[in-house]
Every structure is written in structure tokens, then in C-alpha cells.
Design a protein around this ligand. Structure first.
Ligand code: HEM
Ligand code: HEM
Length: 545
């Protein structure tokens, strides 16, 4: 377990206040070590906090909205202040959203703030997940925290979808209709499930009030409880950090929680809240009055879900029509595969990531230093390919809008995206892997030949040469300290033991087999001798298994 680095310094005002309170109420003494917890100074560590603070904005704005929102599907003619809809039959829910938007003081701002915050929330979680993935911060001992994180991601998507459906406008109703189609496509139990969820025929009279309970009670409760578990794990395991001189697998170097980190973090919250408020004041989002209330026989041309659900929509649009009859039950593969199987497989893969890598490496030491993505070419290439596949699906979800915008036939775009879904990730995988190996080779060259200073010198023989300097100690350390698990090799004891595990061996060679050797012996090693660790620091390449 890591130990935190302390340096002598004067206690700040915040710390003195805490000490004074602690003397009067000793409960805080238990948290003393917590107050001195160090936080590494790198922007990518702020993504998790961005998710945390957008969640806070969501809870605050969401509570305000609950004062005015009516989760009721009873219909009545609209009589509010938005004249174009006067006399139109709308549900109570829809009318209350118009009421929030046009009559409640600050209502529209808070609604827009809630919606913008939800988009930033999911985006922050997504990028946070990618940072954890690409730096290998899910490895031992953080596997369980990764699974807590994936569950948070799942809940966030569910929460966003429920919220989006609450206003009962044409767009949210179209989304619910799609969701019902997906539920119906579940073989054998689909019809019963749909009746159970919607309380009868679609849309019924219950779905909004049910989604409301899920949206304001069930999922936020689970989210907040799991965020608590998630952050407790972060405190217990301590942060990962980037390799630099003095940053080792056994310590955490950074600013203490109180006062420096708290100030920085509070600043981040204020900036986020300010930017979100500005966006909500300036940029319109989800103008439900323009879409009109939901009617089962209406659909607008460019109906689009929020971006994080767009990949599912895209998958549905790309899937060719396919149905089979099995023992009197219709299996609608064209809805079931993209609507149920795709997200299920996606999340299973996400849950499995740390365990898959662990299975390939076998038991190993705890890893507290972040991987530079280039040092794990296969993992990085797989991640990049997955992101590109996600991008293709997202664009396919908007294929009608793209067709309209560029004057292209929708069928042409559908066929193009179908091909792209297979070709693009394949190309991205290979290009990324090559790029990672190329970057490693460039690192090695820079270590051995030094860095060009930009100075050109005249040699004694009359020629010209470029001047080089040795790379800095910090840079060399960053390159040399890396985790390079070896694939299982034939002929060793381990190989004999692992002969029974052919699949595992083959996967291990594919996953860890390609990497550029860094200077390790003889003159090469002497060339980078200035990087040799000071006492107490991790030796160069000492972090590998
Ligand atoms: C509601 C959503 C989430 C919140 C509020 C949240 C918050 C945080 C915070 C504040 C940290 C510490 C700072 C940092 O390393 O960024 C953190 C670390 C971590 N998070 Fe999340 N997170 C969320 C979702 C996720 C997801 C979706 C994953 C992965 C699937 C994940 C995995 C992790 C891991 C493994 C760490 C430890 C990283 C390290 O020590 O470097 N989190 N999270
Ligand atoms: C935690 C993540 C949350 C997400 C991602 C989220 C997302 C959303 C979205 C996208 C909408 C539709 C907004 C619109 O009409 O433009 C919405 C509506 C709503 N949300 Fe949330 N929300 C979250 C949390 C909460 C919480 C904690 C509460 C209450 C305690 C809440 C209460 C509401 C209410 C009452 C509405 C309907 C009002 C309206 O649409 O104007 N939300 N939510």
C-alpha cells in the first residue's frame, strides 16, 4: 500500500480551523490522515471530479424541478401562456414542463441547466472511463472500483433516458416507443414485460409516474450511494500517478486535500457551475413546446436522442431486417440484437476489462503508476477501435439529418455506415498499434541519441551536423519506468505449466507480444545512467513484472 510523502510546512488557516474543531469534537481526528491525503497534479485526474460536480448540479436543479413537475398522464386542453398550443390536448406532465419553461421564475434556466448538466455529466463519465482505461488505472488493486464505475455509467445512462422521457413531448414519446419496441423484442417474455413496464397497452397511463420515481428516487439514490463507495475506494487505494522522478509505485506525490486541493477542487466546481449557467442562459436545449405533445401517430423528421443513447439508435438503423419464428414466437433479430444484445455485450466487456488483463498476466504486483498509452499498444489500439465504432454508430443514429444536410440518399448513407462499422475500427486498430510502436521507437531513439537542439554546427571536415543533448532526467525517467508484462514464452517452466492454456498463451502473446525494448544493457544503459533512481525511488524499468 502506498505511503504519502510529507514535507515540513506551516499549517494553513483551514487546517488550523479543523485542528481547533478537532480539539472540541475529537470525531475529526479519525479523518486527520484523510485531510493530508495527497492528490496528484494532473488535469486528467479532474475528469472524475467533473462528473462528481455535474452530478451535484443535477441534484440541485432536479430538486427545484420536482417542485413544479407533475408526473401525470391525464389529458386536458392546454390553457397556459404558450399561445400556439392553446386548446391542444396535452398530458399534465407536458403542461407542467411548459409551465416550468414559461411561467415559473427561473424555470427555463433551471430546466436548461439540468439538461446541459446531464450532457456534461455523461460526457465527463465517458472521458473519465477512457482515461482510466487508456492508463491502465483499472489494474490491481482497482478492479473492483472499476466495476463500481461501470455500474455508475450504466445508472447514469438509465437516469438520463428516464429524465429525457419525463416531459412527454413528441421527442421523448418517440424515444419511449423505441424503448417499448426493444422490450417487446425480448424472446418469449417481451410482450409480458412490455405490459408490466407500461401498465398495459403502450403508452398507457402509468409510465411517466413510474419513470418519475425511478428518475428522482431510485437511480439518484443508487448513484449517490455508489459514488460514496467509489470515492471510498479511491481514498483507500490512493490515486495512481504518472511516472516521474520521485513518483514511484509505493508513494503518492501531490497536493494535500486540505487546503490546496480543496481550494482547487472548489474552483473547479464554481467554474463548472458558471459555464453551465452561461450555456443554459445562451443556448437553447430541448424546446419541448416546439415539438408538441406526444402522439403515437406523429414523428418529426430529425428525432434524435441525447448523444449518449445515439449509438443504440444508430445500431437499430444499420441492422438489416431479420425475423425468425421459433415455436410460435417471433424473434425480431433486427431489434433484439442492436437493442438488447449490443448494450449487454458492451457492458459485459467493460466489466470484464480488468479481469481479462489479469487473466493474461497472471497474478502480479499492485500497479499504482499510470501506463503511458503508447506502452500498451494492443490495449490502446483496442480502445481506439472501440471509440471509432462508437463514433460510426453515433453518426448512423443521425443518418436522416446527415442525408438532409448534405442532400444524399438515406440508403446510400446506411450502406456506407454499415461498411464503415467494420472497416473503420479495423483500420483504427492497426493504425493505433503502429503509432504506439512508432512512438516507443522514437522514445528509444531520443534516449540513445539525445534530443536535437536545433543548432547546426560546421564540422572540422567542412560538413554540417546537428547538435544533440541528452534528454532530461525527468523525460528519460518517464520513458524508462513502464510496466511491460512479458507474454508467456515457450521452453520455460511457466510455459510447460501453461501448455494446457493454449488460448490464454496465444492471447497473451497477441496482447503483450509487441513492444520496443528500451536501453537495458552495456553501453545503452550507461547512456541513460543519469536517470538511475535516487535512493527510495523506483529503479528505471523496475515497475515491470
Ligand atoms: C458518477 C460517475 C463517477 C464519478 C462521480 C467518479 C468520480 C471519481 C473521482 C472523483 C475519482 C478520483 C479522481 C480521478 O482519478 O479522476 C475517481 C477515480 C476512479 N474512477 Fe471514477 N467516477 C465515476 C465513474 C467512473 C467510471 C464509469 C469508471 C470506470 C468504468 C470509474 C473508475 C474509476 C477508477 C478505477 C478510479 C481510480 C483511478 C486512480 O486511482 O487513478 N469511475 N472517480
Ligand atoms: C443524476 C443524473 C440525472 C440526469 C442524467 C438527469 C437527466 C434529466 C434530463 C435529460 C431531463 C429532461 C430535461 C428536459 O426537459 O429538458 C430531466 C428531467 C427531469 N429531472 Fe433529471 N436528471 C438527473 C437527476 C435528477 C435528479 C436527482 C432529480 C430530482 C431529485 C431530477 C429531476 C428531474 C425532473 C423533475 C425532470 C422533469 C422536468 C423537466 O423536464 O423539465 N433529475 N432529467
Amino acid at each position: 500500500m502506498s505511503e504519502e510523502r510529507r514535507s515540513p510546512r506551516r499549517a494553513g488557516r483551514g487546517e488550523r480551523l479543523v485542528t481547533a474543531l478537532d480539539q472540541r469534537l475529537p470525531v475529526a481526528s479519525a479523518g486527520r490522515e484523510f485531510l493530508r491525503k495527497s492528490f496528484p497534479d494532473h488535469w486528467s485526474f479532474l475528469l472524475g471530479e467533473l462528473a462528481l460536480y455535474s452530478l451535484l448540479v443535477l441534484v440541485l436543479t432536479g430538486v427545484y424541478l420536482t417542485f413544479f413537475f407533475h408526473p401525470d398522464m391525464a389529458e386536458a386542453p392546454y390553457t397556459g401562456s404558450y399561445a400556439p398550443l392553446h386548446g391542444t390536448m396535452t398530458t399534465e406532465a407536458y403542461a407542467s414542463v411548459l409551465h416550468i419553461s414559461f411561467e415559473v421564475r427561473g424555470g427555463l434556466l433551471v430546466r436548461q441547466l439540468h439538461h446541459w448538466a446531464s450532457l456534461v455529466f455523461v460526457a465527463a463519465i465517458g472521458t473519465h472511463l477512457l482515461r482510466i482505461f487508456f492508463t491502465g488505472a483499472f489494474r490491481r488493486p482497482r478492479e473492483v472500483n472499476w466495476t463500481v464505475g461501470v455500474t455508475l455509467f450504466l445508472l447514469a445512462l438509465l437516469e438520463g433516458f428516464c429524465g429525457y422521457s419525463l416531459p412527454d413531448d413528441l421527442l421523448s414519446g418517440t424515444g419511449l416507443r423505441t424503448a417499448q419496441g426493444i422490450v417487446l423484442s425480448v424472446p418469449v417474455i417481451g410482450t409480458y414485460l412490455s405490459f408490466f413496464v407500461f401498465g398495459g397497452e403502450f403508452p398507457g397511463h402509468d409510465i411517466i409516474s413510474r419513470l418519475y420515481v425511478v428518475h428522482i428516487l431510485l437511480v439518484p439514490g443508487l448513484l449517490l450511494a455508489l459514488v460514496g463507495v467509489h470515492l471510498t475506494y479511491v481514498v483507500v487505494h490512493k490515486h495512481t500517478q504518472w511516472p516521474r522522478p520521485g513518483h514511484t509505485n509505493r508513494n503518492v506525490v501531490g497536493k494535500p486535500l486540505v487546503p490546496q486541493y480543496t481550494a482547487k477542487s472548489a474552483g473547479l466546481f464554481l467554474v463548472l457551475a458558471g459555464v453551465l449557467t452561461l450555456m443554459s442562459a445562451l443556448f437553447q436545449i430541448n424546446p419541448v413546446w416546439a415539438f408538441g405533445p406526444y402522439r403515437a401517430d406523429h414523428v418529426s423528421l430529425d428525432s434524435q436522442p441525447d448523444w449518449y443513447v445515439g449509438y443504440l439508435e444508430g445500431a437499430q438503423r444499420l441492422m438489416p431486417a431479420a425475423e425468425t419464428d421459433v415455436a410460435g414466437h417471433t424473434v425480431a433479430w433486427d431489434v433484439f440484437l442492436p437493442g438488447v444484445m449490443l448494450p449487454a455485450v458492451l457492458f459485459l466487456i467493460l466489466y470484464g476489462c480488468p479481469f481479462f488483463e489479469r487473466w493474461l498476466t497472471g497474478p502480479g504486483p499492485e500497479q499504482h503508476l499510470c501506463d503511458r498509452p503508447r506502452n500498451q499498444p494492443t490495449r490502446t489500439a483496442l480502445g481506439a477501435a472501440a471509440v471509432s465504432a462508437y463514433g460510426v454508430l453515433l453518426m448512423s443514429g443521425g443518418q436522416d439529418v446527415l442525408a438532409y444536410l448534405f442532400g444524399l440518399p438515406v440508403e446510400l448513407l446506411t450502406r456506407t455506415f454499415r461498411t464503415a462499422l467494420f472497416v473503420v475500427p479495423f483500420l483504427v486498430y492497426h493504425a493505433t498499434k503502429r503509432a504506439c510502436l512508432g512512438l516507443q521507437a522514437a522514445d528509444r531513439r531520443r534516449l540513445l541519441d539525445g534530443e536535437a537542439t536545433g543548432e547546426v554546427r560546421r564540422t572540422a571536415g567542412g560538413g554540417y551536423e546537428e547538435a544533440y543533448t541528452l534528454v532530461s532526467r525527468e523525460e528519460a525517467y518517464r520513458v524508462l519506468v513502464r510496466d511491460t508484462p512479458r507474454p508467456r514464452a515457450e521452453g520455460t517452466e511457466a510455459w510447460r505449466w501453461f501448455r494446457r492454456h493454449r488460448l490464454r498463451n496465444a492471447l497473451s502473446r497477441w496482447y503483450f507480444g509487441r513492444s520496443v525494448e528500451m536501453p537495458a544493457t552495456g553501453w545503452e544503459r550507461r547512456r541513460v545512467a543519469h536517470v538511475r533512481a535516487a535512493p527510495g525511488e523506483a529503479a528505471a524499468e523496475g515497475n515491470g513484472s
